[in-house]
Ligand binder design. Sequence first.
Ligand SMILES: [Zn+2]
Length: 317
Amino acid sequence: MSEFIITEDFPDNQQEFDERFSEEQACYDYLFRMRWPQGFHCPRCGHTGYWMSSKGLCICCRCEYHQSITAGTILHSTKKPLRAWFKAMWWFTTRKSGVNAVNLKDLLGLGSYNTAWRWLQKLRSCTIRKGREKLSGHVEVDEFYLGGERSGKRGRGAEHKCVVAVAVERKGRKLGRLRLQIIDTCSASDLIPFIQANIAPGSSIHTDGWGGYNGLATMGYTHKPMLQTKTEDKNSVLPGVHLVTSLIKRLILGTFQGRFEEKYLTRYLDEYVFRFNRRTTKSVGKRFWRFVQQLAASKPITNIQVATAVISPLLAN
Ligand SMILES: [Zn+2]
């Protein structure tokens, strides 16, 4: 199906948000348009005719399938009003550093810290847009370790660590878009697929001299290995990834205090990329609008256990 162009429609500020989404019906209508921008169609038989039950279910006129607006998304079988989720999404997308579980619990009057923490896990799972454009132009690529105690050499001694691949666009002295991904090892068999999945052919890729990047020139990229001299540090050779890496390490290690589970780390990294790539978006409402679109197209996530490593109120986010 070809991409359907949806008219931009969002509140510009907190006051407009509060006025517009104070009633459940307004949230329902907004989510409905995001979920079915071309109008409702039955997930079972594809029919477009439906009627609405008193409980807000869309009932297919042909096969009588009952479809809830939240079924099959991260809001699957939520008992909370959409109003509360809309508030959570507004805060999550419009606050510069997001919202943490302690704040969210207080803001929404949720029963427990764990509930708020699960809500955030669900929201984080919607931060990556499917089919997003690949990075292009001048792109710096590197990897870094998180966790573990030993400093270990690259590709060796990396037990108990997560390896994170990082790619960031350089636009003159400024940074463009960012990509992060946990990979198994620093070898070419993990680095090259990361690059191919995230960077458009024709781009100029700047790396250090690590052998795991050999071969990029034969894959449609211009490869520029930046060889460090003894007197240079990585900061001067690859300043973009160096900056991003140190920011992430500070944030993540402060948050997890050095202990984390990979699946939670992935979601934090995704949230980080989400904020980083929208840091210059002038309209906060537009971020919210985009996010509701992504949520409407999301899949349910289950088995969210509150990780013991993240319960400390210190970290909260
Ligand atoms: Zn049907």
